[in-house]
Design a protein around this ligand. Structure first.
Ligand code: FES
Ligand code: FES
Length: 152
């Protein structure tokens, strides 16, 4: 058993230490908000926070998360920054098919935690690892700017 702190709660996971965080979340803990896209750190669909930073959970083993805080999309509604991002996502009608969007929200939230007034270049840099096959990038950018205003 490995103890992981997820969204502020210690949870027991019966899995090999090399198991990617993504599969511990989805298969062991039935937390399916975090999505599987490529499995190779190329698309960002699986983005969660580890110690506050956006990471790719498909390639990060649970052994790397022991003693650290994992935060997932399921906690964003009760997170001040995450909630502002989600509200802006709704206001700007960002999602199309929606598949990439939990990862997009996690990356946007990590950005706004450290950069309260991101420029277009800051946003493009922070979000470059999150691919959207539906091409919602312009709405994502607008929503991040709106969320930044709400947080300020
Ligand atoms: S599923 Fe992790 S980056 Fe694509
Ligand atoms: S909304 Fe469809 S992949 Fe991003």
């Amino acid at each position: 058993m490995i103890t992981l702190n997820i969204n502020g709660r210690d949870m027991q996971v019966d899995a090999d230490p090399s198991t990617p965080i993504l599969w511990a979340l989805r298969d062991n803990l039935n937390m399916t908000g975090t999505k599987f896209g490529c499995g190779a750190a190329l698309c960002g669909a699986c983005t969660v926070h580890l110690g506050g930073a956006a990471i790719r959970s498909c390639v990060t083993p649970i052994s790397a998360a022991v003693g650290q805080k994992i935060t997932t999309i399921e906690a964003m509604e009760t997170d001040k920054v995450g909630k502002a991002v989600q509200d802006a996502w709704v206001k700007h009608d960002v999602p199309q098919c929606g598949y990439c969007q939990s990862g997009q929200v996690m990356s946007a939230t990590a950005l706004l935690r450290t950069n309260k007034k991101p420029t277009d270049a800051d946003i493009d840099g922070a979000m470059s690892g999150n691919i959207c096959r539906c091409g919602t990038y312009q709405r994502i950018r607008a929503a991040i700017k709106d969320a930044a205003k709400t947080i300020a």
